[in-house]
Design a protein around this ligand. Sequence first.
Ligand code: NAD
Ligand code: ZN
Ligand code: ZN
Length: 341
Amino acid sequence: MKAVRFFGHKDVRVVNDIERPVPKGDEVLLKIGGAGVCHSDLHIIDEGTVVGTVFTLGHENAGWIEEIGENVEGYKKGDAVLVYGPWGCGHCKPCQQSKENYCDHQSEQAYGGGLGLDGGMADYMLVPSSRLLVPIYDLDPVIAAPLTDAALTPYSAIKRSLPKLMADEYVVVIGVGGLGHVALQILREISGAEIIACDVTEDKLAFAKELGAAYVINSKDADAAEQIQKITGIKKAKVVLDFVGATSTIDLGTKVVSLDGDLTIVGLGGGHYQYSMNGLPFGVSMTNPYWGSRTELMEVVGLARQKKIHIEIEKHKLDEANEVYDRMRQGKIKGRAVLIP
Ligand code: NAD
Ligand code: ZN
Ligand code: ZN
């Protein structure tokens, strides 16, 4: 079968000689409908966040069940499912609570399919346990694939701040890419706060307005923080969601977040932050959430089935993977690119 393989630093190749796996025990073989292209792949490919192994990329996966191992119950051939991405041990307390993104054993194992183990940018993907599947019913797996990360990650980050996102508050979203464009819609649908969106190009800012941002600011502007403070007034933004995570965006976040606010850094942009007592308003919670839980993914599926969130999708062939990664490096993808076998 065909697969998009990571061979090491900046070396991604589409190959045709991968053997189609056969599921055993509780394993499931999925016929891939779509595999989303996440910016985290670029951190792996360009910066070496996962080293020393060759594997198939793609950690945002959806498809139809092709074959099940002899112990799998509750699923049959043809069922449309998402693959929950952060694969934990399945036994520890966080895993039992469905929060495999915070599995006790994360430091000892690969992060999941497409993140050290074979992922979904291929004709078929082997999922190690039926526990990691979430049914999508009438949703199309091609369109639904990015729900597993581009929607789940912002959903989980927003949910932890939800009590602070009341109608008299402001929320700042930095980065209107794959994750950020879904974050805007989730905020619009489940929170009351007024949304201020930041990106670095006019088309992304116009896109943000379409998705529910009341205000848009170009974060390249030297006075971006002052522009935001002009909108929020003295109270500042109760929640800042940073989907870039560069030093400049973290710095912007610290300037606009309010007393007792949340500064949530989702982006893995390699930024640095030096704590100082006067550098951050009192009471601020600074967090770096990772992905979301399996039950939260079920809630995200609910939002999509109710048509409350819509993922803007560009469809591409597996053979176009390298071109797509290049376009992502240049910030040229609107919404999410999905590779379709
Ligand atoms: P993307 O490439 O689709 O979007 C990034 C967006 O940020 C683009 O619109 C780009 O124009 C914008 N941007 C770049 N620099 C900016 C700046 N200085 N100010 C404002 N906007 C700027 O990326 P994505 O797939 O949405 O991923 C975003 C980040 O989140 C990546 O670093 C990715 O690795 C990370 N991520 C983290 C998790 C997690 O669990 N913590 C999960 C998925 C992705
Ligand atoms: Zn991702
Ligand atoms: Zn675990």
